[in-house]
Ligand binder design. Structure first.
Ligand SMILES: O=C(O)[C@H](O)COP(=O)(O)O
Length: 220
């Protein structure tokens, strides 16, 4: 048996302001910092010893991971960052207020963009290259399915091999990338993933067997 813990970052400034975020690199709010501390304290109570921590290239997740590691007294652990764990890219929606988007496009359409597996948000006219992403890597917008396709190689190549060796892993990532991972792990179908929500700063514990089948799932 091995332990996998996954958690979404604490509240970001964009979460607070109800703004589509995606790959925008926004910081945690005071509330987000407090959520990360509480999550870390809960993990400390669970007394779990991790081998490795995985997070994205985005500061809200990295900040959260650091706070959690401090709380569990495991700041020494290797932290691996990957763009594959980045939030789903919200394309031309990023920076837009979610209520404004509902007024402009309708609540049904916005809900499809936010929660369906296949809906692709309006795309950016061109990618916006940044130093941390090799040229052309940053997408122009992603459906949950597209995010899943670029996330799962990281699961298969990096996280799953560690788990198979009995090494407990912690993933600190984002609402949509974690929904994609939950869909994969729990074999949730495309329609039902619409209902799955992942809250800020709330760790989920999976106890897995040698084949990485779920023995137990609990919300910490
Ligand atoms: O990128 C975002 O805006 C958030 O991380 C998640 O937002 P959502 O709940 O609208 O998918």
């Amino acid at each position: 048996m091995v332990d996998l813990y996954i958690m979404r970052h604490g509240q970001s400034t964009a979460n607070r302001d109800n703004i589509f975020t995606g790959w925008s690199d926004v910081a945690l709010t005071e509330q987000g910092i407090a959520q990360a501390k509480i999550a870390g304290q809960k993990l400390a109570q669970a007394n779990v010893q991790f081998t490795q921590v995985h997070t994205s290239y985005l500061r809200r997740a990295i900040q959260t991971a650091n706070i959690v590691l401090e709380q569990i007294d495991q700041l020494y652990l290797p932290m691996r960052k990957s763009w594959r764990l980045n939030e789903r890219h919200y394309g031309a929606l990023r920076g837009m207020n979610k209520d404004t988007a509902k007024e402009q496009f309708g609540a049904w359409q916005v809900q499809q963009w936010r929660r369906s597996y296949v809906a692709v948000p309006p795309l950016l006219s061109r990618p916006e290259p940044k130093r941390q992403y090799p040229l052309g890597l940053e997408p122009r917008g992603e459906s949950l399915e597209m995010a899943s396709v670029r996330l799962l190689p990281y699961w298969q190549d990096v996280i799953a091999p560690g788990l198979r060796q009995g090494q407990n892993q912690l993933i600190v990532a984002h609402g949509s990338t974690l929904r994609a991972l939950i869909k994969y792990l729990e074999q949730i179908d495309d329609a039902d993933i619409m209902q799955v929500e992942v809250d800020n700063g709330s760790p989920i514990h999976y106890q897995l067997d040698q084949q990485l089948h779920i023995i137990k799932k609990e919300f910490i």
